[in-house]
Design a binder for this molecule. Structure first.
Ligand code: ZN
Length: 288
């Protein structure tokens, strides 16, 4: 029997689909051809509002994305940044990692933390939605020594940002980061990688900064697409809310986000996803 295809989800914070009226959009075929190809040929548009007025935000958006629970509706508003106790309860109880492992599948968060062990991660003052989900469902995070052995990918892809934190090891290219991620994805039924430099760049409103970030991300996505085995792995690229696609504002946008799928069951998956809370259940349907 053929092994069940693996799923690799690359979650990109703050990437919306630009409206045609925007003329301050840094996404172009010169800057990010592979990402644009995914967003046009392999994607559907997902509404990020969750039926709640106001601008979509990260804590509620990511919780909805990674649990299938409408966190903004429950909290009665969009919540920025890091999840508080109410959202943490939803994440701990319903996150996608937990759902995979409770069905007997292997799931992992591929991001590496520049920390010695998970106790240090538990003591972090601000824990992201992904950190809360990973620690509660999987018990540990990929730590410093795993990162140094290339068994994890750092959030900025190249580890440049780690210099300021005392990292003296080699930098990696976005292509090498993609190779490391594909090795991890091959060993798990579900792998998540989180990239949030896009949201940071979007909040600066700086075209040059946004272009740099998108070029690096595109080299990574291009390498994933080139080297992935499309029979055995499906690549999902999605986001929590818009931001970087419209630099005329430093705030998030009301734009829909892409839900890109390449690989097995791509069409069926896209057909099942219209809003953020559909994503986790649609993926889980493939792993009964
Ligand atoms: Zn943001």
């Amino acid at each position: 029997m053929q092994p069940r295809p693996r799923t690799l989800m690359v979650f990109i914070d703050g990437l919306g689909i630009a409206s045609s009226e925007t003329n301050e959009c840094p996404l172009s075929s010169a800057t990010c051809p592979h990402l644009l190809e995914c967003m046009t040929a392999h994607s559907c548009a997902v509404d990020a509002h969750l039926g709640v007025p106001g601008l979509p935000q990260s804590a509620t958006g990511q919780t909805a994305l990674l649990t299938g629970v409408n966190a903004a509706h429950i909290m009665k508003r969009h919540i920025e940044g890091f999840p508080g106790p109410g959202l943490c309860r939803i994440i701990v109880k319903h996150n996608i990692f937990l759902k995979f492992i409770s069905r007997g599948y292997l799931a992992t968060f591929a991001n590496g933390y520049f920390l010695e062990n998970e106790d240090e991660a538990r003591r972090l003052r601000l824990r992201s939605v992904t950190t809360v989900a990973t620690l509660s469902a999987l018990g540990s995070v990929r730590n410093r020594s795993m990162l140094e052995r290339n068994q994890a990918v750092y959030q900025d892809l190249t580890r440049e940002a780690l210099g300021a934190r005392g990292y003296t090891g080699p930098l990696v290219t976005p292509q090498e980061a993609a190779e490391h991620l594909l090795t991890i994805a091959d060993e798990h039924h579900f792998t998540l990688f989180e990239y949030f430099q896009t949201d940071r760049a979007g909040h600066t409103g700086d075209m040059q900064k946004a272009t740099e970030v998108l070029k690096r991300l595109d080299a990574f996505i291009g390498a994933l697409l080139k080297n992935m085995d499309r029979e055995r792995l499906r690549l999902i690229i999605t986001s929590d809310h818009g931001n970087i696609e419209d630099l005329s504002t430093r705030r998030h946008t009301h734009n829909p986000v892409p839900f890109c799928v390449v690989g097995p069951n791509a069409k069926a998956l896209r057909a099942n996803v219209q809003t953020m809370t559909h994503i986790t259940p649609a993926i889980l349907k493939l792993y009964p």
